[in-house]
Design a binder for this molecule. Sequence first.
Ligand SMILES: [Zn+2]
Length: 91
Amino acid sequence: MALGEWQYLRCECGGEIFQPVVKLKYKSEGGTISEPFGHTCVACHAVVDNAYMVRLVEMSKKRAERDRLNAELAEAERATAPKKAEAVATN
Ligand SMILES: [Zn+2]
């Protein structure tokens, strides 16, 4: 995953399509106005928490990095182990 790459946020249900939610305000001299009030998931209709979904993405990236490092470590350990065994066998 490239640095700075855009990623889709996902609802806990897995949905990634959202609708904006607004609050409507009224005042007698000003009529009505709409005020942004977050998003709902189109799939499950839950009001979503953007910060929570961002944390899920960040944790997912960290897990992927951990798995990559574990694989790298396992490969390094595989590459190192036979030399120790050889050294023991020849002595
Ligand atoms: Zn959902």
